[in-house]
Design a protein around this ligand. Sequence first.
Ligand code: BES
Ligand code: ZN
Ligand code: ZN
Length: 490
Amino acid sequence: MKLSITEQLPDVDAAAVICFEPEAGGVPEDIPMAGQNGWLADLRSSGEFTGKLYESVTLYRPEGIPAKRLVVTGGGKSINFTPTEARRVAGVLVRSLKPKGVKTVALWLESTHATPANISAIAEGAVTGAWDPDKYKTDPKKNEKLIESFSVVVPNGKADSEALQRGRIIGEAQNFARTIINEPGNKLTPSVLAEKAKTIAETNRLECEVLDRAAMEELGMGALLGVAQGSTNAPFLIVLKYKPEQAKSADHLALVGKGVTFDTGGISIKPADGMEKMKYDMAGAAAVIGAMQAIAQLKPPIAVTAYVPTVENAIGGNAQRPGDIVTTLSGKTVEVLNTDAEGRLILADAITYANRNGATHMVDAATLTGAIAVALGHYNVGAFTNNQPLLERLFSAARKAGERMWQLPLEEEYKDYLKSAFADLPNIGGRYGGAITAAWFLKEFADPTPWVHLDIASTAWLDDAKPWIAKGPSGVAVRSFVQLATEWAS
Ligand code: BES
Ligand code: ZN
Ligand code: ZN
C-alpha cells in the first residue's frame, strides 16, 4: 500500500471524512464538502449518523469531489480524538473498504486534528489495518482485493510527510512482527528466525551476529541449551546491533525477546486443546526484531542492541526432564521443576549475555505466563521492574504509542515463592502469583542493570478481530519500543 499526504483531495475510489459528534448547540465542523448540499445536516437530522466513533455511512457519487464514494466516518467527541482514535479510524476504514475491492482511499482530516501525532497514527492504522493473516490461503482472488494507495488529506501547510513516513515505518515494523508470529512451527524454526533477522540486518544496515549451539556451549549457556536439547531444530542466540552515527548519550539500550518458535511444554507437556497457538511463543522476539527494523530506519541517536534467544521447546528422547539441574551463563544453578517454564530459562542466559555486553538499560518482551491473563485479562501488558524511573520512561513511550501496560509488584517477599532444595533457584514458584515469580526469576539475572520485563502472553494474540485490526498476532510492544528508543535522547 502506497501512502501519501496531500492538501488536495485526489481522485480516488473512496474519500473519507471524519465527522464528530455535534457539541451541544454547536455548528457543523470545518469540512469543505459538508456544506455543499447539506448532506451532513440531513444525515444528522435523520439520525442515520450521529458522529459516534467508528460509525460509518457511505454516500455514492458525492457532488463536487473527485471520488466515487464519500465515506462519512464517526470520530466521536472531538475533544476525545487522540492518536489512538486516529489510528483506529484509519484501520476501520481500510478494513471495511478492502473486502469491497476499493483500491484507492483518501482520508480528509480537518485542521484542529491534523497534528503530526495524528498523521503518524493514521499511517500506522492504515498499514496495520490492511494486514490479514492470509498468507497460506491459496484463494487466487485474494490479491484482487488489496488497497493500493492511501492518502491523508490535510489543510494547507499541514502536510507533514515526515510524520506520515514515521507512521508507515512503525506500522510496517508491526506488520513484520505479525507476519513472523503467524508463521507456524513447521515453517518458522529457530534457524529460519535467525535468517529473517539477518535479512532485516542486511536491508537496514544493522550488525548481526548469530551464536550457534557450539558458541553457546563454549560460553556456558546451560539454561538455554537445556531447553533446546529436546528438539532436532538447533537453537540460536541472535544479536542485532544498531549504532547511531552520533550518539547523544552513552546509554546502551538492550531489547531482549523470547523466541520459542513452538512451545509443546516439553516433558511437562501442554494439553492438546489450544496447543496450536503456541506458535506465537516467539512474539517477544518478533517485537524486538520488528522494533530494530524501525529503529534502523528512524535512526535515533542512541545505541540499541537486540538479543533474541530462539529455541523450540520440543519433546524427544533427549529432552530435558523435570528435576534436571542446569548451570546458567551467570553461574547460578537452576532446578527445572517444570519444562514448560522454558521462557525464563532461555531469557536468563540472554539477559546475562546482554549484561556482559554493555547494556546499561534493558527491556525484555516475552509471552511468559498464562498467569498474566488471569491477572490483567487481554487489554494490558504486564510490566515489572527493578528500576522505577526506567519503567516510567517506558510507560510514557507506551502511552504515546497507544499501547497499554500495567505495573505489577516485584517486592522482596515474592522471592520466597522461589525456593529449590537442590539448586540456587527453581524455574517455577508455587500456586500463586505466577507472572510475578516468573518476573522475579528474570530479575535474578538482570540485577543490578535497570530493567523492565513485559509479559505479553495475553496481549500478543487477538482471539477475535477488532474492526480496526485482524484476528491473530497483534504485534504488541513494537510501537512502544520504537517510541522509547526514538525519544530516549531527546
Ligand atoms: N509460553 C507459555 C506461556 C503462555 C501461555 C503464553 C498461554 C501464551 C499463552 C510459557 O512457556 C508457559 O508455558 N508458562 C507456564 C509456566 C508454568 C509452568 C509455571 C504457564 O504459564 O502455564
Ligand atoms: Zn512453556
Ligand atoms: Zn513458552
